[in-house]
Write a protein of this length. Structure first.
Length: 201
């Protein structure tokens, strides 16, 4: 049997019992899955829930900072896309970025809530995941300023129900925000005759 002090080295909540063998007893830093090697005694560092969180050096710094940098860049590219759709030119006049706020805010909110649906449901099932990575993209007329976003799972899914719930939570959450945005947009739109709409430039 494994010693009591080794138990914190394994994820709690995955309903997974590590094999009771001395040659398979270390949780992998990348997957929280047992790999060959002797058991490691002693508690995890303060603030770390799993071995995956015990990272140091450049890679760990990049992993912590990257989601925030990508989020900021995606905010800029979606603002630019929204500004161009409103007739602005934020490259020549950066102040025109404010014209893109309604578009950028709505799009980023839908993406953010979508990813938080995945993220929070993953936490509910004890699945180790990264923060959302937003992907900047080309702005109007070549794109909408983003290619979307994703999160990375870093531990195995031990239940089929967890896979279903985590996968469905994102679209459901984002859909609710999208419906609200459509309602606000329709209610604030001006209705004009088809003939007048056909003459718009």
């Amino acid at each position: 049997m494994m010693e009591e002090e080794n138990k914190p080295l394994y994820r709690q909540g995955l309903n997974f019992t590590p094999p009771q063998r001395e040659d398979i007893g270390v949780a992998s830093p990348d997957r929280n899955w047992p790999v060959a090697g002797p058991p490691v005694a002693g508690p995890l560092p303060e603030g770390a829930d799993s071995l995956h969180e015990v990272e140091t050096g450049f890679r760990a710094s990049v992993r912590r900072v990257a989601p925030f940098v990508l989020f900021f860049l995606t905010c800029i590219t979606t603002l630019m896309s929204g500004s161009y759709q409103e007739g602005g030119n934020p490259i020549q006049n950066p102040a025109d970025l404010v014209w893109g706020i309604p578009f950028a805010f709505t799009l980023m909110l839908i993406l953010f809530v979508h990813e938080m649906g995945h993220y929070l449901t993953s936490k509910k099932y004890g699945v180790e995941t990264s923060l959302p990575y937003f992907i900047p993209g080309p702005w109007f007329p070549y794109g909408i300023g983003t290619f979307g976003a994703f999160i990375r799972m870093r531990s195995p899914l031990m239940k089929k129900q967890a896979l279903l719930d985590i996968g469905a939570a994102g679209p459901f959450a984002g859909f609710v925000i999208a419906i609200i945005a459509v309602g606000i947009g329709v209610s604030s739109s001006e209705i004009i005759p088809v003939e007048a709409a056909g003459s718009l430039q």
